[in-house]
Ligand binder design. Sequence first.
Ligand code: FES
Length: 105
Amino acid sequence: MTSITFTDHLGESRVVAANPGDTVMETAVRHGVPGIVAECGGSLSCATCHVIVDPAQADLLDPMDDMEDEMLYGAATERSATSRLSCQIRVGEVDLRVTTPETQV
Ligand code: FES
């Protein structure tokens, strides 16, 4: 069992338990984390699961594919250097830290 720390744009943090193999989005939805809408349920067609990964951890993740990269340009909050779609991030053995943007829609 690992954990994910979700911090909102105001700096409020919430730490939740995560199962390796699940996605960060699935973990957020299961725990009712505010700030993750996930309208499409993880089918990579909404960009409402946008998160900003802690820059110190960005290199620990598998690189994004072209489709995720393209979808991030349509996110409601402008993407940053370590933006990802949380439905495309698999939980591994490392405790992750992500920030949710001010808005997803
Ligand atoms: Fe829709 Fe991630 S949940 S793109």
